[in-house]
Design a protein around this ligand. Structure first.
Ligand SMILES: *Cc1c(COP(=O)(O)O)cnc(C)c1O
Length: 388
């Protein structure tokens, strides 16, 4: 029997043709396909600038570098995320802290955030940057965050790795009207893929300039910014040490081509999620809220909470039973602060109780554009059996 995973890419002949065309051309990296990909994502999001990079972890790191985050700075994020949301600040030597979640949708709780900010102000240790995560593709309440941003003066970098194609109050995630920047990932399980890949979008010219500098070794080529006369057309100076986080033209061609189908991918995810909503009703599980009023989710994940009913091993048993039936679900996420590398910084179990309780019950069911309704029915039948 075919194995069904929790997510997978959707590749067609036109994707393959787009990549082949690049291979026959003049550029393999940083050519016209990267620019075209950046332009199509910027236009889709309604952002002024987009800078491509080799993955969504690199784009988060670049956003930190562009904002000059370093030792002594403080960055807050959600404990219910992939470790990259916190690691990006650690790469820069900044301190990290977390804000507990709202178990209704798995996103950072705006109530917990407001309380933590008020306490941080009293102890004079406000965060410099907050990295909210649009978990599972469901937008956070950006207007509520903007009110706090205005009051406390922190910067916002949206970890939008799950949320390309989502919208908030009718406008796309990535328009950055409430943030300094937003970061996307094009890993094969995300809304669209470029194999590996990422993109940062911003409306700020200076942030965009710094992103472009840091994505490719920090090479300064603008004579107006140099501290000695140019030696010739080859000349560049390095004032700040950057990275090599470039995306290739081969990958960008795939990403550009996938962008043409982004809306249809999200529509399929939405339709399959609605089918889950309908057919799961009455089972002893609780799906996370999605498509809250004013928000349209990218439905990156379809997460259910499995009531323990006195058996703390119940989720594990359901996972194992489904796996034995050829259905590979996933768990999103092990709270970041409980990872050994973060416990070594002083975090401990009990620090973010909502995220920890949530982690014990959740399971992400298979959801991706090419999932057939027959496959989905197989998931539903096995899930019903596993729940007993
Ligand atoms: C996938 C993901 C990233 C990192 O993206 P990569 O392209 O895999 O490096 C960052 N944050 C979240 C929440 C993600 O899901």
């Amino acid at each position: 029997m075919k194995t069904i995973g929790y997510s997978r890419q959707s590749i067609n002949d036109s994707d393959i043709a787009a990549m082949t065309e690049v291979l026959r051309g003049d550029w393999l990296t940083q050519g016209p396909a990267v620019t075209a990909f950046e332009n199509v994502v910027a236009a889709y999001c309604g952002a002024k600038h987009a800078v491509a990079a080799c993955n969504g972890t690199a784009t988060l790191h670049l956003a930190m570098l562009a904002l000059k985050i370093g030792p002594g700075n403080l960055v807050w994020t959600s404990p219910n995320s992939f470790v990259a949301s916190a690691n990006c600040a650690r790469y820069c030597g900044a301190d990290v802290d977390f804000v507990d979640i709202d178990p209704v949708d798995g996103n950072m709780s705006m109530t917990a955030l407001a309380e933590k900010l008020a306490a941080a102000k009293r102890s004079n240790r406000l965060p410099d940057v907050i990295i909210p995560v649009h978990f599972a593709g469901e937008p956070i309440d950006l207007e509520a965050l903007a009110v706090l941003k205005h009051e406390y003066g922190f910067k916002v970098v949206e970890d939008a790795a799950h949320a390309l194609g989502a919208s908030y109050k009718g406008k796309p995630i990535g328009d950055c009207r409430f943030s300094e920047a937003a970061s996307f990932s094009f890993h094969p399980v995300k809304s669209i893929t470029s194999g590996e890949g990422g993109m940062v979008v911003t409306n700020d010219d200076e942030i965009a300039r710094r992103l472009r500098l840091m994505v490719s070794h920090g090479l300064e080529r603008d004579p107006a910014r140099m501290n000695e006369p140019s030696h010739g057309a080859w000349f560049h100076q390095v004032f700040e040490i950057g990275m090599n986080y470039r995306l290739t033209d081969i990958q960008a061609a795939l990403g550009w081509n996938q962008m043409q189908r982004l809306d249809s991918f999200i529509d399929k995810r939405q339709a399959l999620a609605a089918r889950y909503d309908e057919r799961l009703a009455g089972l002893p599980i609780q799906p996370l809220r999605h498509n809250a009023p004013g928000r349209r989710s990218a439905l990156h994940l379809y997460v259910i909470r499995i009531a323990q009913n006195g058996d703390p091993e119940r989720r594990r048993k359901v996972y194992d039973t489904l796996r034995a039936a050829g259905i590979n679900t996933q768990v999103h996420y092990i709270p970041i602060h409980t990872q050994p590398a973060y416990r070594a910084l002083g975090f401990k179990h009990g620090d973010f109780p909502q995220a920890e309780a949530y982690y014990r019950d959740v399971l992400s069911l298979p959801l991706y554009p090419d999932l057939t309704t027959a496959d989905q029915d197989r998931v539903l039948t096995s899930l019903r059996a596993a729940l007993g």
